[in-house]
Design a protein around this ligand. Structure first.
Ligand code: HEC
Ligand code: HEC
Length: 381
């Protein structure tokens, strides 16, 4: 793998990690699950072959991956986070990005920070349906968690931002969120000695809105969680899935077909679907159509990642489901009524016991042992 020099970042405890399981976490790991000895030998050879390609790529930096590099200091189940070539990881940027993330001075009236809505004590999200911005105006969508956000390929519920760098300036510019003009942001941060010196040490052009975005994106890429029970099962611990979690996983990937869109191991297909959410009486959050302009995209939202759901209620882009039980009931009944409903959303007729097992899988089976535990840092003056 071609890596920029990555910086080890501690993201909570990885105690008890089995090294073999870690080695086995590669994306070929999944091929092990149901294969005969001959096939296993083929898989082993294939792995050696791919390993040699990866080693070759290491020798010739830039030849195979011109656009991106990888941040690979991640827990079991994640593999790596893609990092754009023009914003490589560095410890200094992570540190500065962390300060910016927690700093309410990034909002016009100095009242809200990114962490006000993406609160580390609330799963890096908010426990309210909609959240108040700098002027107490409510957001129009539910706050998504920024944990593992670096795994996404598009950002926001409707995917309207193409990178974390592009996304980062949106909440500041949005009057309903932080209401901060970007030239004022630059002036304000430049007048704080502790910020100016850090920006100057990292970037030739010092404090700019683009550099603020780069640091926020870099910090967020380190917010990785993994090593769930299901990750351990995929990593080779055949016994990890027992009891209700095991029954729930069979329903998730079997009868209920959730894995059709929430593809393991990161539980998204990076696509947009209409599952019947967002049609509120006659008003509809247009979802993907808001920026694609296509009528068939009305009500389509990006498939979210599903780890650590217990921490991030309420659910869906509109926070319309308060509990995982409600989410499962919703799917079991065939989603919401909607003219553009995705063909994979059909009534599942789950029994009460099946629903209970499915909820247990979502809540316990996808709970991360390694989770970003970060407190508000001391802010520069
Ligand atoms: C007032 C609350 C609020 C504040 C403050 C806020 N956000 Fe958000 N954030 C949201 C909401 C709501 C969404 C979803 C909006 C949408 O999809 O249209 C979101 C989406 C995101 C996403 C996309 C996540 C995904 O899954 O695609 C990222 C990343 C993010 N915010 C980072 C930040 C950063 C960085 C800051 C500070 C500069 C910040 N947010 C400040 C409410 C907030
Ligand atoms: C056709 C694709 C598709 C299928 C099949 C599907 N989902 Fe989803 N799922 C989505 C999309 C898209 C969203 C976001 C919808 C929204 O926010 O309005 C979502 C949202 C969710 C959420 C909310 C996550 C959050 O952070 O708010 C949960 C939980 C969930 N799905 C679980 C399931 C389960 C359990 C199943 C199987 C019973 C399932 N999904 C089947 C596409 C799908």
């Amino acid at each position: 793998m071609h890596t920029e020099k990555t910086t080890p970042v501690l993201v909570g405890s990885s105690e008890g990690v089995d090294t073999n399981a870690r080695l086995d976490q590669g994306w070929l790991g999944r091929m092990n699950e149901t294969l005969s000895p001959i096939r296993l030998a083929i898989v082993a050879m294939l792995r050696l072959f791919l390993l040699s390609i990866l080693l070759f790529a290491l020798e010739v930096p830039g030849s195979l991956c011109a656009q991106a590099t990888y941040f690979s200091d991640v827990p079991l189940g994640i593999d790596w986070i893609i990092v754009p070539e023009d914003n490589p990881m560095s410890a200094e940027k992570v540190e500065l990005g962390k300060q910016l993330f927690f700093d309410p001075r990034l909002s016009g009236n100095r009242s809200v920070s990114c962490a006000s809505c993406h609160d580390p004590h609330k799963g890096w999200a908010d426990d309210r349906k909609f959240s108040p911005g700098a002027h107490q105006e409510l957001t129009t969508r539910n706050v998504p968690s920024v944990v593992n956000v670096g795994l996404h390929r598009t950002f926001f519920w409707d995917g309207r931002a193409a990178s974390l760098e592009e996304q980062a300036l949106a909440p500041m510019a949005n009057p309903a969120e932080m209401d901060m003009a970007l030239d004022e942001l630059e002036n304000r941060l430049d007048s704080i000695d502790g910020y100016r010196s850090q920006f100057q040490a990292i970037f030739a052009d010092g404090v700019t809105a683009q550099n603020v975005a780069k640091c926020l994106a870099t910090f967020q890429r380190t917010l990785v969680a993994g090593e769930t029970t299901y990750d351990r099962f995929r990593g080779g611990h055949a016994n990890a899935l027992e009891g209700e979690i095991g029954r729930g996983s069979s329903i998730f990937f079997g009868k209920a077909n959730c894995g059709n869109c929430h593809i393991a191991k990161i539980y998204t297909d990076h696509k947009f679907h209409n599952i019947g959410t967002g049609l509120n009486g006659t008003t509809q959050d247009r979802g993907l159509a808001r920026h694609s302009g296509k009528s068939q995209d009305v009500g389509r939202f990006r498939t979210p990642l599903l780890r650590d759901l217990a921490l991030t209620a309420p659910y869906f882009h509109d926070g319309s489901k308060a509990t995982l039980e409600e989410v499962v009931d919703f799917y079991s009944e065939g989603g919401g009524k909607n003219p553009n409903l995705d063909p994979h959303i059909v009534p599942l007729k789950l029994t009460p016991a099946e629903k209970k097992a499915l909820v247990t899988f979502l809540r316990e089976g996808l709970r991360s042992k390694v989770y970003p535990q970060i407190e508000k840092p001391k802010l520069p003056e």
